[in-house]
Design a protein. Structure first.
Length: 95
């Protein structure tokens, strides 16, 4: 996982979490860790555990809107944090 760490100054740094929704547990993990570290975190609007199995719970139009909303979050961010399935702590170690 390549991560660009930004030093937090007097302004809040906005970070968007990106990656596959199948790593939902890691989204929650990093959302908490980064928020507690002082970052403002944007994440996915909907997680698989919130809906019935599969992706048939949304229409194609809804999927497009969810994708567009995520792209707006990225555009409003100072950084993107890519979740690729590994849990890495702030020193760069896999935990």
């Amino acid at each position: 996982m390549g991560v660009l760490w930004l030093r937090k100054g007097t302004l809040t740094v906005i970070v968007t979490l990106c990656g596959s929704a199948r790593f939902e547990e890691l989204y929650h993990y990093w959302n908490e860790r980064l928020t507690l570290a002082g970052y403002t975190v944007f994440s996915l609007a909907v997680f698989p555990s919130q809906k019935p199995a599969g992706k048939s719970w949304y229409t194609e139009e809804q999927k497009q809107e969810l994708d567009a909303a995520h792209m707006r979050k990225i555009a409003a961010s100072d950084a993107v944090f890519v979740i690729d399935g590994r849990r890495i702590d702030f020193r760069g170690y896999v935990v």
